[in-house]
Design a binder for this molecule. Structure first.
Ligand code: ADP
Length: 368
C-alpha cells in the first residue's frame, strides 16, 4: 500500500517541449485516482513519471514519504497496465501471468497459487492454457490486469486500458476494475481521455490541460462546483451551455444578453456585485432546462424562448439542440424520451436559477 505525493512536478522533453508544468497531487493510500484531460494534456507523461519510465525534470515524487525521483522502475513496486495489453503472443495465459514472478525466482508453488487466484478473481480460470490470439480483446485485457495483480504491487497504474475495447465491453470492464479495486484496496492511478469513464471510476479526479491541473476533486464536486470554465465544459454530457452577457442592476442584479434577462438569485449576488457593468460568461447545464409546458414549477427558474434545431433521441432520453432568440450559438437541453420535440418548434423553457454558473471572461475562473 502506498500514498503518493506529487510536488511541483515538471517535465521538459529533450526537444524542449514543456509537457508538465508544475503539478501538485496528493494520493491517499487505497485511493482510486483518475488523470483525465484532452489528448496531449500530459496525463500519460505524468503516469509514466510516477512509474519511473520518464525522467523527472523538476519537482519531487514521494511514495510513503520516500523520495522516488531517482528510484529505478523495478524498485518502485508498481504494476502498469497498458492500452495494448503488451502480452507475449507465444505464451499461454498462465505463462503470461507467471512470467514476471519466474524472473524474480519465486518458488513454483507460490507462483501457481498467485496465478490461479488472480485467474479466479478475473474469471479466467477456463482460459488458463489459451494463447492471447485465442482470446477476445476484453479477455486479453483481463490477462494484462492479472499479470499486474500477481505481482502484488503497492500501486497499480493504468494507461487508457479500455480504449481498444468496444463501447459495451468498456462499460463492463470499468465495473470489473472498480470491483477489483474494492477487493484489493490498492492505490490505483488511472489515465483516460474519457470524462464519463473518469466520472464513473474515480474517487478523485485530476483534470489536466496543457500540462497544468485545472481542478482536483470528487466527481460530484467537479459536476456541481467546477472552478473554471474549462472544467465546467469538460465534465458533463451534453456539455454545459455558455452564454456571454452583462451584469446590470435594477431592483436586484440581472444577467442580460440578447433574448434573455436573468434575475441573479440572492445567494449569488454578493459574489456578482463586483462585476456590475461588466461582461461575464454564464453557464447552465442541459439537465437544468425544463419544458415549461410540461414541468411543474419545481424550482426557481427563468423563462426563455427557444427554437429547436436538431433532436437526438438516444432511447432513454432526448438531447434537444436549440437556438436562443436571434443568437447563432447552439445550446442543448435534455428531456425525457417521451417529450418529443421537432426541429423548427418554438417553445418556452425554464432555466434553473439555482444551478447557474458564472465565469470571469478574462481568467475563466468561477466567480461564485
Ligand atoms: P496525453 O497522454 O495527455 O495525450 P502525453 O503525456 O502523451 O499526453 O503528451 C503530452 C505532451 O508531450 C504532448 O504535447 C506530446 O506531444 C508531448 N510528448 C509526449 N511524449 C514526447 C516525447 N517523447 N518527446 C517530445 N514530446 C513528447
Amino acid at each position: 500500500m502506498a500514498t503518493i505525493e506529487i510536488k511541483n512536478l515538471q517535465k521538459t522533453y529533450p526537444n524542449n517541449h514543456y509537457a508538465i508544468k508544475g503539478i501538485d497531487v496528493s494520493i491517499q493510500e487505497g485511493e482510486f485516482v483518475v488523470l483525465v484531460g484532452p489528448s496531449g494534456c500530459g496525463k500519460s507523461t505524468l503516469l509514466r513519471m510516477i512509474a519511473g519510465l520518464e525522467d523527472i525534470s523538476g519537482g519531487d515524487l514521494f511514495f510513503n514519504d520516500k523520495l522516488m525521483n531517482s528510484v529505478h522502475p523495478k524498485d518502485r513496486n508498481i504494476a502498469m497496465v497498458f492500452q495494448n495489453y503488451a502480452l507475449y503472443p507465444h505464451m499461454t495465459v498462465y505463462d503470461n501471468m507467471a512470467f514476471g514472478l519466474k524472473l524474480k525466482k519465486m518458488p513454483k508453488a507460490e507462483i501457481y497459487q498467485r496465478v490461479t487466484d488472480a485467474a479466479k478473481t478475473l474469471g479466467l480460470t477456463e482460459y488458463i492454457d489459451r494463447l492471447p490470439k485465442e482470446m477476445s480483446g476484453g479477455q486479453r485485457q483481463r490477462v494484462a490486469i492479472g499479470r499486474a495483480i500477481v505481482r502484488q504491487p503497492d500501486v497499480f497504474l493504468f494507461d487508457e486500458p479500455l480504449s481498444n475495447l468496444d463501447a459495451k465491453l468498456r462499460v463492463q470492464m470499468r465495473t470489473e476494475i472498480k470491483r477489483l479495486h474494492r477487493k484489493l484496496k490498492n492505490t490505483m492511478v488511472y489515465v483516460t481521455h474519457d470524462q464519463i469513464e473518469a466520472m464513473a471510476m474515480g474517487d478523485k479526479i485530476v483534470i489536466l490541460k496543457d500540462g497544468v491541473v485545472y481542478q482536483t476533486d470528487s466527481p460530484i464536486n467537479l459536476f456541481r462546483h467546477p472552478e473554471n470554465k474549462f472544467v465546467a465544459g469538460f465534465i458533463g454530457s451534453p456539455a454545459m451551455n455558455f452564454v456571454s452577457g452583462e451584469i446590470i442592476k435594477e431592483e436586484g442584479l440581472y444577467f442580460v444578453t440578447r433574448g434573455m434577462k436573468i434575475s441573479i438569485p440572492p445567494p449569488l449576488q454578493v459574489s456578482m456585485e463586483r462585476y456590475l457593468g461588466k461582461r461575464v460568461d454564464m453557464g447552465f447545464r442541459p439537465e437544468y432546462v425544463y419544458d415549461k409546458g410540461l414541468e411543474k414549477e419545481r424550482r426557481l427558474s427563468t423563462d426563455v424562448e427557444i427554437e429547436i434545431l436538431v433532436v437526438e433521441n438516444v432511447g432513454s432520453e432526448t438531447y434537444n439542440h436549440f437556438r436562443l432568440n436571434g443568437m447563432d450559438t447552439i445550446y442543448s437541453y435534455r428531456s425525457s424520451s417521451s417529450n418529443v420535440h421537432i426541429p423548427g418548434e418554438k417553445l418556452t423553457v425554464g432555466i434553473d436559477l439555482e444551478r447557474l454558473h458564472f465565469f470571469d471572461v478574462e481568467t475563466e475562473e468561477s466567480i461564485l
